[in-house]
Write a protein that binds this ligand. Structure first.
Ligand code: SAM
Length: 257
């Protein structure tokens, strides 16, 4: 076993996170640059230090998870969701079971809740939001964001659902209440079923092809027939039929079987 493979095994034992399912070159590069910056010579030294130093361990988690997000990320896609996908889903069901998987610091599930509020009273909006990173979830629950996270947010939405606090924007309590955050590892934890809509964007790109294939099957099983799987704007599925999906629109897949 080489240095990195041993590190993978140690991390799995310590955290349950399986780095072997993330693209190796990319992950190795990110982690190597971190341990070199901190003065370690190899993964072995890095892991030993992480065992003793909680702060370093959190730095490792932070580096491997990549939490970048923003409200209305790729705004055109959210417009398709609002104008085309949701009206169709709501024609079948009045209440929707919605999951934002790998939600990072909350921008994505809050965007979903804001858009859903255009179709129903907020008391009926409910979004489950999950991520592997507890730190990101804590920040999501606080719901305070720098201006750059809101650059795609329409002005009237900013006025309605955010308050400015110094240089930051706080999401309104009424939106916050509609989102339930939970820790969940896509590569290890079971999936709930019967969803109308699953949003999983900008995380599958970090996984190996095998991990991705397995996840497409699991997402398919987690949806109702006719349910929609919404992926990130670099994450087109090239052969959706293989996983029981058909393309509804670019980056939106409907469960057909
Ligand atoms: C780049 S962010 C994407 C956030 C949001 N979905 C978006 O598109 O803006 C990737 C997120 O995936 C999460 N993540 C990485 N591996 C994961 C796993 N195995 N299970 C669940 N979440 C994971 C990270 O913690 C991070 O918050």
């Amino acid at each position: 076993m080489n240095d990195y493979q041993q590190f993978i095994a140690n991390v799995k034992k310590k955290t349950g996170i399986d780095l072997a399912q993330y693209k190796e070159a990319q992950m190795k590069r990110r982690l190597t640059s971190l341990y070199e910056k901190r003065g370690f010579k190899n993964f072995h030294e890095f892991f030993q230090a992480m065992e003793a130093d909680k702060k370093l361990f959190h730095e490792f988690l932070d580096r491997m998870t990549i939490n970048v997000s923003e409200f209305y990320r790729n705004a055109k896609r959210w417009e398709v969701l609002e104008k085309k996908i949701l009206p169709k889903l709501l024609a079948q069901n009045k209440r929707l079971k919605v999951w934002s998987a790998a939600c990072s610091t909350g921008e994505e599930p809050y965007t979903l809740a804001i858009i859903l509020s255009k179709f129903m009273p907020l008391s009926q909006v409910s979004v489950l939001a999950t991520d592997i990173d507890e730190n990101a979830i804590s920040r999501a629950k606080i719901g305070v964001y720098p201006e750059r996270s809101l650059q795609e947010v329409p002005e009237e939405i900013k006025k309605k659902f955010f308050t400015k606090e110094g240089l930051h924007y706080k999401i309104s309590e009424e939106i916050k209440k509609t989102v339930t955050f939970k820790k969940h590892n896509l590569l290890a934890d079971p999936f709930d079923t019967n969803h109308d809509l699953i949003v999983c964007r900008n995380v599958l790109i970090y996984f190996t092809e095998e991990a991705k294939h397995a996840l497409y099957h699991k997402f398919n099983k987690a949806l109702k027939p006719g349910g929609i799987f919404f992926v990130g704007s670099t994450e087109q599925i090239f052969n959706p039929g293989l996983y029981g999906f058909e393309t509804e629109d670019t980056f939106f897949y409907r469960k057909v079987q």
